[in-house]
Design a binder for this molecule. Structure first.
Ligand SMILES: Cc1cc2nc3c(=O)[nH]c(=O)nc-3n(C[C@H](O)[C@H](O)[C@H](O)COP(=O)(O)OP(=O)(O)OC[C@H]3O[C@@H](n4cnc5c(N)ncnc54)[C@H](O)[C@@H]3O)c2cc1C
Length: 282
C-alpha cells in the first residue's frame, strides 16, 4: 500500500434516537428537544471508512457536523473512535434548513476548513432520510462522487471503489479528490479505543484544550450568505405530516433447532411459495 498524508473529511450528523419515541410538534416537525440524541447510524460506516483510510494510507481525519450545540456530542464520539479534529457549524440562522441549504452551508464549511482529498458521508440519515446532502455537496465542490460505496482503496494515487447498483455491483476508478457516500454493507464501526475514550475524557475536563480539537464555526466565520441558509434558503416546504399508525402486515417467527429445518418451514409458507412462483414466471 502506498502511504501519503491524506486530508480526510467525514460528515457526521446528530439525529433523534428512534428508540426514544420523539414526539411531533403541532406543525409536524420533530420535537428534537424531547428526543434522545445519537450519531446517525449510517455515519458510523462513513467514520469507519475515514479511519480505515487514515490507517491504510496515512493522513488526518476531520469530522464535520452542522447542528445545534448538543451536536458536539457526535464530534466527541468521533474523537473517541480516533478522529483527529472536529468542526461544528452552529448558527441559529441555520434552523429549518432543507437539503439545499444544508449542502450549501456544509460546502462553505469545507471551503473554510481546507482542501480535502476524500470526503466520506453516510448514505442517508435516519431523520431527514433524503440521501441528498452528499451528492449535492459533491456537485457544489465539483468533485467526482461515488455513492453507495462498499469498498474503497487508493492504489497508485487513484481511487478504486466498489459501489452497489441495482442488480449488481460496479467497480469505479477515479482521481482524488473525491466524495464518497458509504453503504451500510461497508465494515461496521470498530469499538472505541481506551486511548480515544481517555483522550476525550481529558478534553471534556479542560475546555481550553478541547477548543484545539473541536472548533465551533458560524455563518460569518465561514463566509456563508444567511439568505441561502435556514428557512430563507430552503425552497422545500413540508406541506403536511401525518402519523401512519399500524402499517399492517403479518409477522411470523419461526422456531426450530437447526437452520435447515427453519428454512424448510419458511419455504413451505404460502407467501414464499407465491414469491418464488412470481420470480419463475417468464
Ligand atoms: C422544509 C424542511 C424543513 C426542515 N427543517 C428542519 C429543522 O428545522 N431542523 C432540522 O434539524 N432539520 C430540518 N429539516 C431536515 C433537514 O433538511 C435535513 O435534516 C438536512 O437537510 C439533511 O438532510 P438529510 O437528513 O436528509 O440528510 P441525508 O442527505 O440523508 O444525509 C446524507 C449524509 O450527509 C451528511 N449530513 C447530512 N446532514 C448533515 C449535517 N447536518 N451535518 C453533517 N453531516 C450531514 C451525513 O454524512 C449524512 O449521512 C428540514 C427539512 C425540510 C425539507
Amino acid at each position: 500500500m502506498a502511504t501519503g498524508t491524506y486530508n480526510i473529511f467525514v460528515l457526521v450528523k446528530q439525529v433523534p434516537d428512534q428508540g426514544s419515541k420523539a414526539g411531533l410538534n403541532p406543525d409536524g416537525t420533530i420535537d428534537r428537544a424531547k428526543a434522545k440524541r445519537m450519531l446517525n447510524p449510517f455515519d458510523r460506516y462513513a467514520l469507519q471508512a475515514a479511519l480505515f483510510t487514515k490507517r491504510a494510507y496515512g493522513g488526518t481525519v476531520t469530522a464535520i457536523s452542522m447542528g445545534p450545540p448538543p451536536a458536539t456530542e457526535v464530534l466527541l464520539e468521533a474523537l473517541e473512535h480516533g478522529v483527529d479534529f472536529g468542526y461544528l457549524l452552529c448558527d441559529k440562522r441555520l434552523a429549518a434548513s432543507d437539503t439545499l441549504a444544508t449542502a450549501y452551508a456544509l460546502y462553505k464549511t469545507i471551503l473554510h476548513i481546507g482542501k480535502p482529498d476524500v470526503i466520506f458521508c453516510g448514505l442517508q440519515t435516519t431523520d431527514g432520510d433524503t440521501a441528498q446532502v452528499g451528492p449535492q455537496l459533491a456537485e457544489r465542490l465539483d468533485l467526482p462522487q461515488i455513492t453507495y460505496c462498499e469498498d474503497f482503496a487508493i492504489v497508485d494515487g487513484k481511487v478504486e471503489a466498489r459501489r452497489i447498483i441495482e442488480g449488481g455491483i460496479q467497480k469505479v476508478i477515479t482521481e482524488l479528490p473525491v466524495l464518497v457516500t458509504v453503504a451500510n454493507s461497508y465494515h461496521a464501526l470498530e469499538y472505541k479505543s481506551f486511548r480515544g475514550a481517555w483522550r476525550v475524557r481529558q478534553l471534556v475536563r479542560n475546555p481550553e484544550e478541547m477548543k484545539k480539537y473541536i472548533r465551533t464555526l458560524d455563518l460569518d466565520v465561514i463566509g456563508a450568505d444567511p439568505e441561502r441558509c435556514g428557512l430563507k434558503g430552503s425552497p422545500t416546504i413540508v406541506a403536511a405530516t401525518e402519523k401512519v399508525g399500524d402499517i399492517g402486515g403479518n409477522c411470523c417467527i419461526f422456531e426450530g433447532n437447526s437452520p435447515e429445518s427453519l428454512v424448510k418451514d419458511l419455504m413451505a409458507t404460502s407467501n414464499v411459495k407465491e414469491y418464488v412462483t412470481a420470480l419463475e414466471r417468464p
